[in-house]
Each structure stands twice: as structure tokens, then as C-alpha cells.
Design a binder for this molecule. Structure first.
Ligand SMILES: Cc1cc2nc3c(=O)[nH]c(=O)nc-3n(C[C@H](O)[C@H](O)[C@H](O)COP(=O)(O)OP(=O)(O)OC[C@H]3O[C@@H](n4cnc5c(N)ncnc54)[C@H](O)[C@@H]3O)c2cc1C
Length: 476
């Protein structure tokens, strides 16, 4: 339930860590990947129409920038402006090692205890449960060991080179100065608590990650802000964090407009393909209160984060999407804060220093997209802040609720609609959307332009179904 790194709950004690050597060079030009170019979407014959990207979160903006660099025109449409959703308030960690999904073996056994522990990282608005069940059942079914291993293997290539992918995305524009190289510290009360997450750490090791173990008083030498209860830590190098994720997206959006792209403030109601596309026709994006005929584009990208469900279903996605609500406390002018991003593994909360401020973000709440911010998760985060960082003081503290777009198999939807090859998906990035966005945007942009993505995209197909297929004979 933590972001930027560590979804697991301890599971039943099996395995792994991360590392990874990156991969991908972050550059658009010249590269053709290994699997041959794809048809893509030609600029609409008559008009060299733009690609319309719906959603100006980090994923939509990354798609737009990569498309511009591939020579396409773009229009990005968002009802509330850049970074109005999860991309505003996340923990800001470029979590290369975050290939472990939230549901891991044992989740069904551990979830009730977490739900009834007021300091646990899981919250549920009980009247919402009947609506949650169709998503929750396949989600927990995907916690089987063999399925989690497949999920982690499919998430890894979106994550391991995320720092270089983001540097390439930001280029030499103003957003680049927000990317701070950093290590990433996971802290535990003791070695036994770490050992209980062996399954997760084994997955990270399988992805190529290595880490340094820090024990006893040495933990506070590395990170003096931590409370005395932390006697065990794991440090991973090669990560980074974003000093202010909302400003980062806004600055990248500025790059879109500087590059000739258009940003439009409007709520999208529908996408209407014109004909079957065979005659070079594009699609119309219909906005509320906008022109009756809609906005004419060559192709549309659904990048509306946790709000992608209705449009997604219309265009053939059969992987249910749910909001995994998360909260943050943002301490302004903070003292007694850690120097680097710290994952408090048992609370599933991440503390990230942000230019003199500190953001503590995390937990998972199931209550849907409409329920207002609730007191209990925020109270839990406040208690966590005091317990974990006893010397923390701040001038003020802001509270925030956001919606992580979570699929039942913890993998994003990336690629063309099975119903219409002019409509593309770029959504469903759950806890790792900031990290994966630069790569995902690049992959989707290349597919739209008919270039080989350079990665097997089948795990991210929008019509792959809710349950991960495992090899015959695999067991839980
Ligand atoms: C508490 C918390 C901490 C997190 N920490 C991390 C972290 O440290 N590292 C990490 O990698 N990830 C983290 N995440 C996850 C990450 O924030 C998300 O995965 C990511 O921001 C999703 O980006 P997005 O662009 O898909 O969606 P969003 O940022 O939600 O953007 C969707 C956009 O679509 C727009 N929109 C929706 N519907 C419409 C419509 N009909 N018409 C027009 N516009 C529309 C919205 O206004 C919004 O701007 C965290 C998330 C939370 C909640």
C-alpha cells in the first residue's frame, strides 16, 4: 500500500529486492526496438490532425511530450489543468524498485487485521464494499505467488530505468531541476520485520537490485530524523525524487506548449470515431459545453487516471479499474525531517523531503471516486508522523486526498483499443505512475506513430482480462 516502492504487506514470508541496471536510453530518435514497426495512426490525410490526449496528469503529459518529439501535433485536454489528480500530491519518489504489487501472497489473511487496526495502512468505507467486490475479487486472486511473479516481471521494465527516462523527458527545461538523485531507504523495527517481506525483496533481487543493510544504532547515523524504534534499514542506490510533483508536471506541460502543443481546459464526455478509419478519418473528442461536432483529432489517448473506467470500457478494456485512494500530509518549512525518501515499510507510508518541506504520503482507502476526504486516514498519518519522526516540526501542514488508478493486476493499460485502432490507452498506473510515466508515455507515443515500442506490450493490453494467466501447474 505504500507508494514509490513497496506494495506488499509482508505476505507470508517469502522473498526479494530491487536494483536493476536501468535500460532504455530515453531518446526518441533512431531506435526501432526489437519487434518491428507497427501500423500506428497516420496523421489524418486531409489535415495533419493532432493527437488528442485526454488527461494532463504525468502520464498524459509524458505522452504529449514524446509525441511532439516524434513530430506529431498534440492537444491535451483536462477538465482542471495539469496535475489536477494523483500527479499533484504523490510522494514524489522515482521508485525504480517498485515492481512489487500491493496484493502479495497472504493478503486475504492479513487484510482484516490491517482494516481493524487504526494504525494499519488499509481503510474501507463499508457501504462501498458491494461496489468494490467485482474489482476486489480478481485483485486478490492475483495475489497468488506465480501471478505476482509475472506482474513484477512485467512492471520492472517500466520502472528500472525511470530516472534516466525522466531526465530525458525533462531535457534541459525547467522541470529538470526538480529531479533529485537520491538513494531510497526502507526502514523496519527489526530484522524479523524485514525478513517477513522476503517474497517482495526476492522479487526486487530478481529484477537486478542490490541493497545495503543497516542495523541497530547505525540506522540513525544514516538518517538522524528517525525514531529509536527503527533498528533495521535497507538502502537502495540509484533512485531519485521529485521536489514538487505538481510543479514538475506543470513545467513539463509548459514544455508541451513551448513545443507547439495545445492545452485545453474542458471535460471530455466521449470519443467518437469517424467511420472505420480506413478512409483516413480521425476521431472526434466531445467535451461538455464544447463544440457540438467535437474536437477533430487523428487519434485519442485515454490518460484520465482513476477516471478512465467509463471511456475505457467503451473502447474494449476488460480489466476493471478502481481508485486506491491515498492521502498525504505536507509539512511546510519542516525541521527534523529525513534527508532522503524513506519508506516506513510497516505503515506503508513514504516521507519525502521537498525543498525545505516534508511530505508524508501513503495508505490505501477504498471509498470510490466521490466520497470526500475522511478523518481516520489523516489521523493515522498524523500519528505515524509523530511516531516515526519524533523531532518533526513544521510551520503548517496541508492535507490531501488523491486517487491512484488501480487495475486488478496492478499493470497499466498501454496500447491501442481492441475496438478502434485510433484510440489508445495510457492509464492504470496504480502506485507507480510518477515513476513509470516517462517510459509509458514513450512507449505509447511510439505505438501511435507506428514505431516499434522495443518492449513486449502484451502484458499491458487493455483487453488482457482481469486475472493474470499463469503457467499450468503453478501454485499459490
Ligand atoms: C498518496 C499517493 C502517493 C503516491 N506516491 C507515488 C510515488 O512516490 N511514486 C510514484 O511513482 N507514484 C506515486 N503515486 C501514484 C501516482 O501519483 C499515480 O499513479 C499517477 O499520478 C497517475 O497519473 P495519471 O496521469 O495517470 O493520473 P492523474 O494524475 O490522476 O491525472 C488524470 C487527469 O485526468 C483528468 N481527467 C479525468 N477525467 C477527465 C475528463 N473526463 N475530461 C478531462 N480531464 C479528465 C484529471 O483532471 C487529471 O488531471 C502516488 C499516489 C498517491 C495517491
Amino acid at each position: 500500500m505504500g507508494d514509490g516502492g513497496d506494495g506488499d504487506h509482508g505476505g507470508d514470508g517469502d522473498g526479494g529486492d530491487d536494483g536493476g541496471d536501468g535500460g532504455g536510453d530515453g531518446h526518441e530518435s533512431g531506435e526501432s526496438g526489437g519487434d518491428g514497426d507497427t501500423p500506428g495512426v497516420a496523421p489524418s490525410a486531409s489535415m495533419n490532425a493532432p493527437v488528442g490526449i485526454i488527461g494532463a496528469g504525468i502520464v498524459g503529459i509524458a505522452c504529449a511530450l514524446h509525441l511532439l518529439r516524434l513530430g506529431r501535433r498534440v492537444i491535451v485536454i483536462d477538465r482542471a489543468g495539469p496535475a489536477a489528480g494523483a500527479s499533484q500530491g504523490n510522494a514524489g519518489v522515482l521508485a525504480c524498485c517498485a515492481m512489487v504489487p500491493v496484493p502479495t501472497p497472504g493478503v486475504a489473511r492479513h487484510a482484516p487485521r490491517m482494516l481493524f487496526d487504526r494504525d494499519g495502512p488499509l481503510f474501507l468505507r463499508w457501504p462501498y464494499l458491494p461496489r468494490l467486490l467485482p474489482w476486489l475479487m480478481p485483485y486478490t486472486a492475483n495475489a497468488r505467488r506465480a501471478r505476482v511473479q509475472r506482474i513484477a516481471a512485467a512492471l520492472a521494465p517500466l520502472l528500472v530505468d525511470s530516472v534516466s527516462q525522466h531526465r530525458a523527458l525533462a531535457g534541459d527545461g525547467p522541470a529538470a531541476r526538480r529531479i533529485r538523485d537520491s538513494d531510497y531507504l526502507f526502514v523496519y523495527p527489526n530484522r524479523a520485520a524485514f525478513a517477513a517481506e522476503k517474497f517482495a525483496w526476492d522479487l526486487r533481487a530478481a529484477a537486478g537490485f542490490a541493497w545495503e543493510v543497516i542495523e541497530g544504532e547505525a540506522v540513525r547515523e544514516v538518517e538522524p530524523a528517525l525514531g529509536a524504534a527503527h533498528r533495521f534499514a535497507v538502502r537502495l542506490g540509484g533512485h531519485a525524487c521529485i521536489a514538487s510533483p505538481g510543479d514538475y508536471v506543470a513545467e513539463l506541460a509548459g514544455e508541451v506548449t513551448r513545443g507547439g502543443g495545445e492545452l485545453l481546459r474542458a471535460e471530455v464526455a466521449d470519443i467518437r470515431p469517424r467511420g472505420d478509419g480506413g478512409d483516413g478519418g480521425g476521431v472526434a473528442i466531445l467535451t461538455r459545453g464544447g463544440p457540438a461536432g467535437g474536437i477533430e483529432v487523428a487519434a485519442a489517448v485515454i490518460a484520465t487516471g482513476a477516471w478512465s473506467g467509463p471511456l475505457g470500457r467503451r473502447f474494449g478494456a476488460n480489466v476493471p479499474l478502481e481508485s486506491e485512494r491515498g492521502y498525504h500530509l505536507h509539512f511546510r518549512a519542516a525541521t527534523g525531517a529525513p534527508r532522503r525518501p524513506v519508506m516506513f515499510a510497516q505503515r506503508k507510508a513514504v516521507a519525502t523531503p521537498m525543498d525545505g518541506d516534508l511530505r508524508l504520503a501513503g495508505l490505501v482507502e477504498f471509498a470510490g471516486l466521490r466520497a470526500p476526504r475522511r478523518a481516520a486516514p489523516l489521523a493515522m498519518l498524523r500519528r505515524a508522523a509523530h511516531a516515526l519522526l519524533p523531532g518533526l516540526r513544521a510551520e503548517s501542514c496541508d492535507e490531501w486526498l488523491g486517487h491512484r488508478p488501480a487495475t486488478t493486476d496492478s499493470l497499466p493499460l498501454l496500447g491501442p483499443s481492441p475496438r478502434d485502432a485510433r484510440v489508445f490507452f495510457a492509464c492504470g498506473h496504480q502506485h507507480i505512475g510518477l515513476t513509470a510515466a516517462a517510459k509509458s508515455g514513450r512507449l505509447v507515443a511510439r505505438m501511435i506513430c507506428g514505431r516499434a515500442p522495443g518492449l513486449d506490450m502484451s502484458p499491458y493490453r487493455p483487453d488482457r482480462g482481469p486475472i493474470v494467466q499463469e503457467a499450468t501447474g503453478a501454485t499459490n
